[in-house]
Design a protein around this ligand. Structure first.
Ligand SMILES: [Zn+2]
Length: 367
C-alpha cells in the first residue's frame, strides 16, 4: 500500500535539468577528477533527490578514484561520482515512496546513512546492512555526493538539527559510525580499559580516541607529528607516541609491561603486528581498514598463545549510526574538521588526504 499523497513526487521547477559533478572517467591520480555538466539524477521508487550542501572525504574516495583491486573490494563501474559522507536538503521524493512516519520534509536538511542492503535478508532485518550479501555503499556502488545533487534511498536519510553546521554533520556517517561500532559495539570498551588507537590523527582514529575517552577508558594514541599528537591529546588521549618511533616498546613501558586491553588499527600491514604485540593477555584488536597495506606479516603463535582476538568493524549498523548522530547533535561528540574546501578544489583536497597531513575530516562545501 502506497501512501505518498502528502509528499512531493514531481520535480520542482527550480531543480535544473543539468548539474555540475566531479566525474571519474578513468582511474588514476587527482588529475582524473573532472568537472562535468551532466543530467540531474531523477529519484526512482522509494528514493529522494537531495541538493548537496557538504560532502566529507574518506580514503574510500581515493580507492574508488584509483580503482583499487583486491579481496573484498568491489569493481567500480565508470563513469563514477564518489562522495560517501553527504549532507543535503530534500528536493523531492520519487514516486511510490512508502508513506513512513517522520519522513523529512521538502527543504529539510538531512544526512545519509550510506550503507545500503537488500532490506530483506536476515542481516538487513537486524539493521545490519553492511553484513548483507548485497551490501552496497552510496558513493562507491552508486553515484555519491561530489555533485550538486544526489539520489539516495528515502529510508536512509535522517534530519540534521538547525544548530549543527553541514560541515560537522558531514563528518558523522562513515568515520563516527565505524568508530562507534569498533569501540562500543565490537570491543565493548569499559572505563577500566586501557586502549590503543593507531593512526590517532585520521578521521576514524580521532573519532575512536574521542569515543573511547568518552566511554571512560584510558586512551593511548599513535601519531606522526607533534602537532597531531597535541590534537590527539585534546581529543582525550592521555599519552600519544610517535608513529616513527619504537611505539611498541613505549606502550609496553607506559602500561608497566602489561599491554592494552584493546587496540584499534585501520592503518594495516605496516602496524598490525606491533598493535597485536601491544595487547595484554586476552586482548582484542579491532580492524576497520587497511589504508597503508592489506597483507601483513603475522605470527600465529603471538595471537593464539596469548588468547588474543582479531575482530572486524568495517562499518556500523543502524543502531550505531543513530547513537553517534544523537551524540553529535547533543554536543557530547565533536567531530574535528581539518579544513573545508570549496567545490572547485576537489583535487587539492584529495591530495591533502593522501599526504596524511591532516587531523580530522576534510570536507568539501558544495553549495
Ligand atoms: Zn540484506
Amino acid at each position: 500500500m502506497l501512501k505518498n499523497d502528502s509528499i512531493n513526487t514531481t520535480k520542482p521547477n527550480h531543480v535544473p535539468d543539468t548539474m555540475t559533478a566531479v566525474v571519474i572517467k578513468e582511474h588514476g591520480g587527482p588529475e582524473v577528477l573532472k568537472y562535468e555538466s551532466i543530467a540531474t539524477p531523477v529519484p526512482g521508487l522509494g528514493e529522494v533527490l537531495l541538493k548537496v550542501e557538504a560532502t566529507a572525504l574518506n580514503h574510500l574516495d581515493i580507492f574508488v578514484r584509483e580503482g583499487l583491486k583486491g579481496p573484498g573490494v568491489p569493481e567500480i563501474t565508470l563513469p563514477h561520482i564518489s562522495g560517501v559522507d553527504i549532507v543535503g536538503t530534500v528536493e523531492y521524493y520519487g514516486k511510490g515512496l512508502p508513506g513512513q512516519k517522520g519522513e523529512p520534509a521538502i527543504g529539510e536538511r538531512v544526512i545519509i546513512n550510506p550503507a545500503i542492503g537488500c532490506n530483506e535478508c536476515r542481516f538487513c532485518r537486524r539493521g545490519e546492512p553492511s553484513m548483507c550479501h548485497d551490501y552496497q555503499i552510496l558513493g562507491e556502488h552508486f553515484w555519491g555526493g561530489l555533485a550538486e545533487y544526489v539520489v539516495a534511498p528515502a529510508r536512509n536519510i535522517i534530519p540534521v538539527p538547525a544548530h549543527i553546521p553541514s560541515e560537522v554533520a558531514a563528518a558523522a556517517p562513515v568515520v563516527y559510525t565505524t568508530a562507534w561500532r569498533a569501540v562500543m559495539t565490537v570491543a565493548q570498551v569499559k572505563p577500566s580499559d586501557v586502549v590503543l588507537v593507531v593512526g590517532a590523527s585520521g578521521g576514524l582514529g580521532s573519532a575512536q580516541v574521542e569515543i573511547a575517552a568518552a566511554a571512560g577508558a584510558t586512551v593511548i594514541g599513535i601519531a606522526s607529528t607533534e602537532e597531531k599528537r597535541q590534537k590527539a591529546r585534546q581529543k582525550g588521549a592521555v599519552a600519544v607516541f610517535d608513529s616513527n618511533g619504537d611505539w611498541e616498546a613505549e606502550v609496553m613501558e607506559w602500561t608497566n609491561g602489561q599491554g592494552v586491553s584493546a587496540a584499534f588499527d585501520a592503518v594495516g600491514a605496516p602496524t598490525i603486528r606491533k598493535s597485536l604485540r601491544c595487547l595484554e593477555m586476552g586482548g582484542k584488536i579491532v580492524l576497520s581498514g587497511a589504508t597503508a597495506g592489506d597483507s601483513p606479516d603475522l605470527s600465529i603463535r603471538e595471537i593464539y598463545q596469548r588468547h588474543r582476538q582479531i575482530l572486524g568493524a568495517p562499518m556500523g549498523n543502524w543502531e550505531d549510526f543513530l547513537q553517534v548522530t544523537n551524540l553529535i547533535w547533543n554536543g557530547k561528540l565533536r567531530p574535528t574538521i581539518h579544513k573545508v574546501y570549496p567545490f572547485e578544489e576537489i583535487a587539492e583536497a584529495q591530495r591533502e588526504l593522501e599526504e596524511r597531513k591532516h587531523f580530522g575530516k576534510i570536507v568539501i562545501k558544495i553549495s
